[in-house]
Design a protein around this ligand. Sequence first.
Ligand code: AMP
Length: 418
Amino acid sequence: MQTIRGFRDILPEHISLWQKVEREAFALFESFGFKEIRIPVLEKTDLFARSIGETTDIVEKEMYTFADRKGGHLTLRPEATASICRSYIQHKMYATDPLRKFYMTGPMFRRERPQKGRYRQFYQIDAEVFGVESAYIDAELIFLLNELFKRLGLTGLTAHVNSLGCPECRPSFQRALLDFLGEKKEALCENCTRRIQKNPLRILDCKVETCQRALQGAPATIDHLCPACDDHFAIVRTTLKKQGVEFMVDKSLVRGLDYYTRTAWEIKTTTLGAQSAVAGGGRYDGLVKELGGPATPAIGFAIGFDRLVEVMEQLEIASPPPPLDLFIIALGDAAREQAYHWSCQLNQRGIRTEVDFREKSLKSLMKRADKLNAAHVLIAGENELKKNQLILRNMETKNQTSLSIDTLVPELLKILKS
Ligand code: AMP
């Protein structure tokens, strides 16, 4: 039996970087006032179709959707924002305190063509803020990502920032885009030809090369912003500059989801080839209302967890697991029984101890202690038990200490904790 295409196991020998990222990210989010939220992996299909947009690649081609036994359609979540909005509305969080900051991590599912950095089950770390229109929150989220990546030791990243405007400025931009596309219709792919009518903005995000070539010189949202969006974006830029966060304004950045308004950004890396975005985010001021809640400004980002770990591996950022404090070599049934109780007591008190309960020779158990990189080895053979004296060996200095069985655990705690 094998995993299905685009799905993979993350094995224990690779997990320490994942855990390091989680530790750093969650600690940072908590200190910025974010609270963890956990949401289901499965939702009604309609939630994603309505929020991400019917004409996006995700909804048109990539969702894992199936008919439920009772008729309705269910989808494995392709992203987290829609579900968090659903939760915000369902639990009427806006009524008690509209200002909410959430974070979460978990698997997302998109039926894309698998390759390095792109999987069908992948993980995201997500942060969302509800209830604040101020541009300082936009800056704060980009600052936060920058800070996290700095703490993780990442280099070679660039923040691409753009403003997509609001319903106020969209019509003027769409007119300019349609005028521009008028002469290019022949060059567009089938999908984009269809999208001209339904959702012309999506064409800007098309990955087909002929479309990309045809779009050179296309109008940019940033040149059609209304005064309010223009001011909003100016504050984001000046704030980031004051904080020393490096970024570039990227007029061509549109993101692959329909709900974005105003600030949108992506953090790109040079280390992963074609899959260059390690994180993406933006404002979605209209989404809560669109999904049936009260008008609520909101903004968030998602980090591609798999890609982030791949960048860290490329940069040789390591997070070695903590070493084994003690390996007990127990020879014979009586020693194994005692060793079992000692190791439980030590593990209980935070000393990483292992015993190998298989019937093996002293030599092969010594080899295992080496393999596990144990800092100390305790030898409990029949002779040692008889004499009531065990030998503790420091594997680095090779020093040996003799310990009495009567006071063994407290003595070991003293030595190993220091
Ligand atoms: P999005 O939700 O499309 O804005 O994606 C946010 C981030 O998730 C991207 O910048 C990627 O790092 C990551 N991501 C998106 N799709 C995939 C995928 N199929 N495999 C791995 N990572 C992905």
